[in-house]
Design a protein around this ligand. Structure first.
Ligand code: T46
Length: 168
């Protein structure tokens, strides 16, 4: 059964970050859950600014702590549609709003937070065992995802109660 996604008490809005180093100014989404194995962080990505425009690049094992095994993207998502609604057993992913914006609601079984992504140089790192739902896509919103593993349906928890039981 899918959970009812409650409006967050305080949605996390991204501050403006001017950083070219992914190792700086990382922001933890669940700061008071140090006992959790899982990580959810906002990651500033490198930017090469030029009069011709900006360029952002991401290397596996450098800007993300995993080898990038798969890339996919969500686009032409209707504003009323919701993606996600599941957690992963092992998969780690970096989500980036390469165009437009959308909300990502994250749930570690104890806390639920909503992050608004709207910058192509900010990634949202989601480790395993985090329930996520993605919605509120803007017109032209594109969610680029870098994944640590190939697609495997057996890696999904698509039932919220099963996910909670697995969290323990
Ligand atoms: C996540 C969010 C952000 C594939 O064949 N290969 C793939 O790599 C993926 C991701 C999906 N699919 C198939 C499986 C389903 O038949 O595409 C269909 C839709 O997949 P799903 O319902 O999982 O899509 P979303 O947008 O709800 O979730 C996806 C990812 O699955 C998930 O890991 O975090 O995007």
């Amino acid at each position: 059964m899918k959970p009812q996604m409650q409006p967050p008490s305080s949605a996390l809005l991204l501050p403006t970050i001017q950083s070219s180093r992914a190792t700086e100014a990382e922001m933890t989404i669940f700061p008071h859950c140090s006992e959790l194995v899982s990580e959810v962080r906002l990651l500033p990505l490198p930017v090469v600014p030029e009069p011709r425009g900006n360029l952002t690049f991401i290397e596996g094992q450098r800007h993300v702590s995993f080898d990038i095994a798969r890339v996919y993207y969500l686009y032409d998502v209707p504003s009323a549609a919701a993606r996600g609604g599941h957690a992963h057993k092992a998969l780690q992913q970096l989500l980036i709003a390469v165009s437009g914006s959308f909300d990502v609601t994250l749930d570690n079984g104890r806390l639920r937070r909503t992050v608004h992504l709207n910058r192509p140089n900010i990634g949202l790192l989601i480790s395993s065992m985090i329930w996520r739902e993605i919605d509120n896509f803007s017109s032209g919103g594109i969610c680029l995802v870098l994944a640590s593993l190939p697609y495997d349906e057996a890696d999904y928890y698509r039932d919220y109660d099963t996910f909670l039981n697995a969290i323990g």
